[in-house]
Design a protein around this ligand. Structure first.
Ligand code: GLU
Ligand code: MG
Length: 424
């Protein structure tokens, strides 16, 4: 049949969904400048699709301008249409960045980190999901049987990632029913967030071609473990030298890394509204599920909000310094990676700017917000967190999240899980 290649340009929005528009691939050159048309209220599309509330009405024009560095073209070589999409920036019609662009939010955070101490952030995302193409059998957790029974999904997924320019690190059967995990190689922060989006889409694209789907929802069912997104981070100076590690520092962290982590902990109750941004996120953040429940940093503990990770088989101090990283575990795939990483970086940069100290060893750790409403209240009480957004984005973000919450009030946990499992 006669066919012409199409390309899709999109943004990973407040709801963490990639949305945009398509056009003939041969128009790509022209579209690199003018992008595709978008409107302000597109930002207000809920996790479920409909716009529940918007400050923007039906007026206004914007464009999503593709970033050539975030282009994906993957031919699965199975006769299906290639996956061809490009992530981009939401801009005003004069080409300037739109205040409410999630990717721009991360860029502003990285500029704040640069301004605070001339630092760069390196990040790697570790993401968990359910693959529906495997029968739910007992003893799935980490088993060779589960590994085998997922068939060709893993190999096709890993090949798709590599073709998309994302370097796979590991793929494994996780603890939960039909749950798997993928980790990709570290990259500069903006690229790492692009890669997190691309990783989710490649998992979806692969499962789709096999007649199944993947579920990234933070809590696919009420009585199981959740799907976490863990962001591994390390700091580099402007010359690219790793500055996270100090052999004599607390938990092996340099002063700068301690201040960065202290800033994250200080702002965590408020930024949870950005990093764990859906009602179902808080069903994941419950005890005994390998997910965080407190505002804490612990060395090598998978129940902490911030975990200082081990290094393996490091030959010497330079290799330890290169590998040393800490992991932010209080996020999930209902957050746009740009928003989640942006909030963490803004918080860390503030910790450095103010020289914040980590909580004293043995100090009581406050609990994380137990529900989205509590996190939104904490965010609304923080002038600093609000200043990261700008007035228009702040109002839009809060209305988006409050409306999502209001729509789902009174749902029993099982129903809440089902609703989110359908859309993530
Ligand atoms: N599934 C856990 C979570 O929700 C994480 C398990 C692990 O340590 O990888 O974050
Ligand atoms: Mg895991």
């Amino acid at each position: 049949m006669l066919r012409e290649e199409l390309v899709f340009v999109g943004t990973c929005d407040i709801a963490g969904h990639v949305r945009g528009k398509g056009f003939p691939a041969q128009e790509l050159h022209a579209r690199r400048l003018k992008g595709i048309g978008w409107t302000h209220s597109n930002l207000m599309q809920s996790a479920f699709g409909p716009i529940f509330d918007t400050p923007f009405g039906t007026g206004g024009d914007l464009m999503i301008v593709p970033d050539p560095a975030a282009e994906v073209r993957v031919d699965f070589a199975d006769g299906s249409t290639p996956e061809h999409f490009i992530l981009g920036d939401i801009r005003n019609t004069d080409g300037s960045p739109w205040e409410c662009c999630p990717r721009e939010f991360l860029r502003r955070a990285l500029a704040a980190l640069d301004a605070a101490a001339g630092l760069r952030l390196i990040a790697a995302f570790e993401q968990e999901f359910v693959y529906t193409g495997i029968e739910d059998r007992p003893a799935h957790a980490y088993s060779l049987g589960a590994w085998r029974r997922q068939g060709s999904f893993g190999e096709a997924f890993v090949a798709a990632l590599r073709t998309a320019g994302v370097v796979p690190d590991s793929f494994l059967p996780e603890y939960g029913d039909r749950q798997f995990e993928v980790t990709v190689a570290p990259a500069a922060a903006l690229t790492a967030a692009d890669h997190a989006v691309i990783t989710r889409e490649m998992a979806r694209a692969t499962a789709h071609r096999l007649g199944h789907r993947v579920i990234f929802s933070p809590k696919p069912n009420a009585d199981g473990v959740g799907n976490g997104v863990h962001i591994h981070m390390s700091l580099q100076d402007a010359a690219g030298t790793p500055v996270t590690y100090a052999p004599d520092g607390r938990m092996g962290l340099s002063d700068l890394a301690q201040q960065f982590c202290a800033g994250i902990l200080h702002h965590l109750p408020a930024i949870a509204a950005i990093t764990a941004p859906s009602p179902v996120s808080y069903l994941r953040l419950t005890p005994n599920r390998w997910a965080p429940t407190a505002v804490d940093i612990v060395q090598q503990d998978r129940g902490a909000s911030l975990r200082v990770c081990p290094v393996f088989a490091a030959a010497g101090p330079a290799e330890i310094a290169r590998q040393y990283n800490f992991e932010f575990r209080t996020t999930d795939a209902s957050a746009s990676p740009y928003m989640a990483l942006g909030a963490v970086v803004f918080a860390g940069a503030d910790g450095i700017a103010r020289g914040l100290a980590l909580p004293a060893p043995g100090a009581d750790s406050p609990s994380l917000p137990r529900a989205l409403g509590q996190a939104l209240d904490a965010m609304e009480a923080s002038k600093l967190v609000q200043s990261w957004f700008g007035p228009t984005f702040l109002e839009a973000y809060l209305r988006h999240k409050r409306a999502e919450l209001a729509t789902l009030t009174d749902l029993a946990p099982e129903e809440l899980c089902d609703r989110y499992a359908n859309v993530y």
